[in-house]
Design a protein around this ligand. Structure first.
Ligand code: SAM
Ligand code: SF4
Length: 333
């Protein structure tokens, strides 16, 4: 039976509570699994302005969204990001404002983001080996990110989680060092299976998969894991408390453990396209509607109508299905 309380319920009776807002497709890194070396980015005039972002977000919250994640590209290279966060945080009805970052700008932005109302952040960190970090990110510096994580701890976010994409033959030996680092810092960590987003040249995706079962086996050889049921409305992560510590470890397994039946999210790209599923190309151009002076009620009706096209599931585990051509920096994970 459909919920009467929010119009954001799709044809598979999934109630949408969570919006991932990608505010830029640009980034100071070029991670191998996310981008190609030579990137062409959106023209600046196509990217939603601060006012457009706030207007759209407000409409989604009025429709029933309770949580917004700012992502990208790298959201922290957008000069107006703190102002965006501050204004989002004042939207009536929004319960949680969170952000995903590569950590490179946190030494200066961690505190302003906490003050603006960002409660939790995810920081991507794939390795603690400086050489490997440079290789995987192509343009990043490990040292700067580690200093950023310290600044985030100091700034007082409610929770901080590391996000680690594992690739066979590259960083799969980093499971234990990264886990030890998270334990030492008293923060959380999630290990993510690589998703086939867009055409990249560096790795053969089918060959580089590190299945989450393997990750859990490695961790369980050293620690007792207690499954966490419910809690953060983050969806796809299967989360565990590490007994005797404050650290949570999660696995996100888009390839080996489909989680689409509990999907509660929508995504908006930097140029204002409403993406209904990370694993499909269908999208609604909200920017055109915003810029054509459409009134708020009509915009909301268009968003609700688009939900009819939210697919039942992604097909990342079926290699003969059509590939998603979008790279991950467009939707922000
Ligand atoms: N720049 C920020 C960052 O790196 O955290 C935010 C955007 S990034 C696209 C969001 C998350 O997606 C990161 O944790 C990144 O590791 C992950 N990601 C990127 N490409 C991926 C892929 N092909 N498969 C799985 N995760 C991916
Ligand atoms: Fe940039 Fe994040 Fe993509 Fe890496 S994963 S290239 S940091 S957007």
């Amino acid at each position: 039976m459909k919920s009467q309380l929010s119009p954001l319920v799709d044809t598979f009776d999934r109630r949408i509570r969570y919006l991932r807002l990608s505010v830029t497709d640009r980034c100071d890194f070029r991670c191998q699994y996310c981008m190609t070396e030579e990137m062409r980015f959106l023209p600046r005039k196509s990217v939603l302005s601060e006012d457009e972002v706030i207007r759209l977000a407000t409409l989604f919250v009025e429709l029933g969204v309770e949580k917004i994640r700012l992502t990208g590209g790298e959201p922290l290279i957008r000069p107006d990001i703190v102002g965006i966060a501050r204004r989002l945080n004042t939207i009536d009805g929004l319960k949680e404002l969170v952000l995903t970052t590569n950590g490179s700008q946190l030494t200066t932005l961690a505190k302003p983001l906490v003050d603006a109302g960002v409660s939790r952040i995810n920081v991507s960190l794939d390795t603690l080996c400086e050489r490997q970090f440079a290789e995987l990110s192509r343009t990043g510096h490990l040292d700067k990110v580690l200093r950023g994580i310290d600044a985030a701890i100091e700034a007082g976010f409610q929770r901080i989680r590391l996000n680690t994409v594992l690739l066979t033959g590259q960083n799969e030996q980093q499971i234990e060092p990264l886990l030890d680092y998270a334990l030492k810092k008293g923060i959380d960590i999630a290990f993510i299976e690589e998703m086939p987003m867009g055409h990249i040249t560096q790795t053969e995706r089918e060959l580089s998969l590190v299945p989450s079962a393997q990750v859990l086996e490695t961790i369980k050889s050293r620690f007792s894991l207690l499954p966490i049921v419910g809690g953060a409305a983050d969806g796809p992560a299967r989360r565990y408390a590490i007994e005797g510590t404050s650290t949570e470890v999660g696995v996100i397994s888009p390839i080996t453990h489909n989680f689409c039946d509990s999907c509660n999210r929508l995504r908006v790209t930097p140029d204002g396209r409403l993406v209904l599923c990370l694993g499909h190309e269908n999208a609604l151009d909200l920017r055109q509607m915003l810029r054509s002076d459409m009134d708020s009620s009509s915009l909301k009706r268009a968003i609700v109508a688009a939900l009819a096209y939210k697919p039942e599931r992604h097909v990342f585990d079926q290699p003969d299905e059509p590939q998603v051509v979008r790279l991950m920096n467009v939707t922000g994970g």
